[in-house]
Design a protein around this ligand. Sequence first.
Ligand code: C5P
Length: 234
Amino acid sequence: MNPILVALDVESAAKAVALADSLRGSVGGFKIGKQLFTAAGPAMVRELTSKGDRVFLDLKFHDIPNTVAGAVQSAVATGAWMVNVHASGGSAMMKAAAESARNAAAALDRPRPLVIAVTVLTSMDNKALDEIGVTRPVLDQVVHLAKLAKTSGLDGVVASPQEVTAIRLACGPDFQIVTPGIRPADQQAKDDQARTLTPAEAMTAGASFLVIGRPITAAANPREAAEKISATLP
Ligand code: C5P
């Protein structure tokens, strides 16, 4: 499948639906995050999944295991294809998320969603980690949490392009690595993304999926932009 997941970071269902309608068939799926979900809710997710779209529901659950299991169950009911949790919620929480995804999908007789983990937010540096009592360097903590996600039964992680190689090495070929912070070669150093890779570089480094927002959604012709990026992929 096409590895591009387009981040629908817009404020209304109408805008998200228009974007998805214009991009359908040229990308692998869509990411719905906290902004759009808080504005448009599960109906937004269902609207896309009912049209056959793969939806990565990026709500980064982080709570006690029972609550996260319930949230994952609700996510499965929307038809989401991928959901995520914070690895720092611990192995019991991640195991509960994975088990809930399996059980809820079986009850509805549909494929279970991929459940992946956020390791360390890319907005955090060594100093920010130290502040919350984590004294390891960021990359060590990222790899530590990626391994914990794997042994807890999760399918993969969200990771910055700079982390892909180390995670691929530590977690093996079947682990899903979803990578934001992607900028096409002619759009490097754009927006607020500081450390970016091109789509081709990220795939070569070992990414499974690329989350791409503004390079596609802010283009004059989003479909053309998506097709142009797809053509550069290895
Ligand atoms: O527009 P852009 O391509 O920067 O969008 C990237 C998307 O990936 C946004 O939805 C952003 O919130 C998300 N993201 C990110 N960096 C992370 C995790 C998620 O940019 N480390």
